[in-house]
Design a protein around this ligand. Structure first.
Ligand code: ADP
Length: 472
């Protein structure tokens, strides 16, 4: 990571420097010349518009303002004579020329002809005096001419400026750029080390913690440091660790609960069988019934587990058709009532109308049985459970109310989870695997039913669900 960040910094610095270099050196000359040329054009415009009597004054002020040399020639009968001359300190190319006729084949003649020929301005660059080479001291000068007419008289405005200072500026800049490049590379190296350290050390720490988590150590704590993305990742991993540890605890609880619940009936069955085999006279109907009851309890527990796995894998099939829910609830309540009447339990059924709904009858009866089973298991001393059916707003509402210990508020969202079991003791007659309400939830969700629970600790609970009436 450190190497990559360093490489990214170096590439970034190199691109910035290359752009600076290009703009400062390669394009600088052209840019400077075009700026100078447009200044010369502006000067020519001003001087061309100036009154002929103020020509001298205008030329001097323009020369001072733009730091250029100006000469104005009056052209008469093919002869050019300088009438205005404004020059900067140190002189320049045109002020070292001797007066000449502009119609001869001289430098001034060429500028005159060029200005006339193009209809606009004459321009020359890197000029040298006749007989001198390009390397002479005046190389780098720009000459600019314009021919104007005042009355019947022609004038040639001649401007001269230097572009020498640019070379030294460019080489100074080159030096500066070299220094800046070195400084930038050093800064890039230092910053990449700091940044890489800030990013890679939390990543290393987190991967160490992840390895511990993979080995089942849920006490891990991920710390993403101050980098936002890493701290978000560490939050997610901490959350995952908490969830995993909960899942692990739940799984252990489940194995303990299920094995306990399975062992109890199995022990009873094997105990009673041995007694019936070994002790004469114990082979009676009562003992046989005990074995049958425990076997059916085992069967229903195993069926719950199988159904749950079908819900999870989406293989549970519902046979949806209209059926009388009033009749189904009444039958279930009566049957359950008969089943536990010997233990003193009373199940009341109240209903305001006979209605039908569309659904899987067997599954809805299963929901009622599960709710009744829990209500009987947890109801209070009065051993009363009430089942109520009411119709309102196009829904048939079923409520199962007990007068038991109630459910603490923080447990309410959890009771619908698979394998969740509250801390309360379970009475043997309905001891379950913590799957009952989860099965209820899955069945009701498949019927698009609304469902829920109202409960107050010490005052009992009311579990309810509402199925839509088909013809409302
Ligand atoms: P099980 O009854 O097999 O434990 P359930 O899924 O049916 O599993 O119920 C989950 C938990 O919800 C129970 O362990 C219990 O704590 C709580 N519970 C369910 N019904 C009632 C009730 N009527 N009164 C109090 N607690 C209840």
């Amino acid at each position: 990571m450190r190497g990559r960040i360093f490489a990214a910094f170096v590439i970034f610095s190199a691109v910035v420097l290359a752009l600076l270099w290009l703009s400062q050196t390669v394009f600088m000359d052209g840019l400077y010349k075009s700026v100078r040329l447009s200044e010369l054009e502006r000067c020519a415009d001003s001087l061309a518009e100036a009154d002929i009597r103020e020509l001298e004054e205008s030329a001097h002020s323009l020369s001072d303002k733009y730091n250029i040399c100006i000469t104005v020639y009056r052209i008469e009968r093919g002869q050019g004579s300088a009438i205005v001359s404004a020059h900067i300190d140190g002189g320049c190319f045109i002020h070292n020329l001797t007066p000449e006729t502009v119609h001869n084949d001289t430098l001034l003649t060429r500028l005159y002809k060029e200005a006339l020929g193009s209809g606009t301005d004459g321009y020359m660059e890197n000029v040298s005096l006749p007989g001198e080479t390009d390397t002479d001291s005046f190389v780098g000068d720009i000459l600019f001419s314009r021919v104007v007419t005042h009355g019947a008289v022609e004038y040639m405005l001649l401007f001269n400026t230097e572009i020498y200072p640019l070379d030294s500026t460019v080489s100074t800049m080159r030096m500066m750029l070299i220094y800046i490049s070195v400084i930038l590379v050093i800064i890039a190296a230092v910053m990449s080390v700091i940044l890489a350290g800030r990013m890679s050390s939390p990543v290393r720490r987190m991967s160490r913690e992840a390895a511990r988590l993979a080995l089942g150590d849920y006490s891990v704590s991920f710390d993403g440091g101050s980098v936002r993305e890493l701290s978000e990742l560490s939050d997610a991993l901490n959350h995952a660790a908490v969830e995993l540890s909960g899942l692990d605890r739940m799984q252990k609880d489940l194995i303990a609960n299920v094995s306990h619940d399975l062992r109890t009936p199995l022990t009873l069955i094997s105990g009673y069988s041995e007694v019936m085999r070994d002790i004469p006279g114990e082979m009676n109907a009562e003992n046989m019934q005990m074995i049958i009851d425990e076997t059916s309890r085992l069967t229903s527990m195993v069926n719950d587990m199988l159904d749950m796995s079908r819900f999870i894998s989406g293989r549970y099939e519902f046979d949806m058709r209209p059926f009388s829910i009033t009749e189904a609830v009444r039958e279930s309540a009566e049957r359950y009532s008969r089943l536990c009447a010997s233990d003193g339990y009373v199940i009341d059924f109240e209903c305001d109308a006979d209605v039908s709904v569309i659904g899987d009858r067997a599954s809805v009866i299963r929901v009622i049985y599960n709710l009744l089973g829990n209500a009987v298991s947890y109801t209070g001393e009065d051993k009363r459970v009430t089942v109520r059916q009411s119709v309102a707003d196009g829904y048939c509402r079923i409520e199962v109310t007990d007068s038991g210990r109630g459910i603490p508020e923080d447990e309410l969202p959890l009771i619908w989870e698979r394998y969740y079991r509250g801390d309360s003791f379970h009475k043997r007659s309905v001891s379950g695997s913590g799957l009952g309400l989860s099965i209820v939830k899955n069945i009701l969700a498949a019927h698009k039913a609304r469902f829920g629970v109202r409960s107050k600790v010490g005052h009992g609970s009311t579990f309810w669900f509402e199925l839509p009436l088909p013809f409302c």
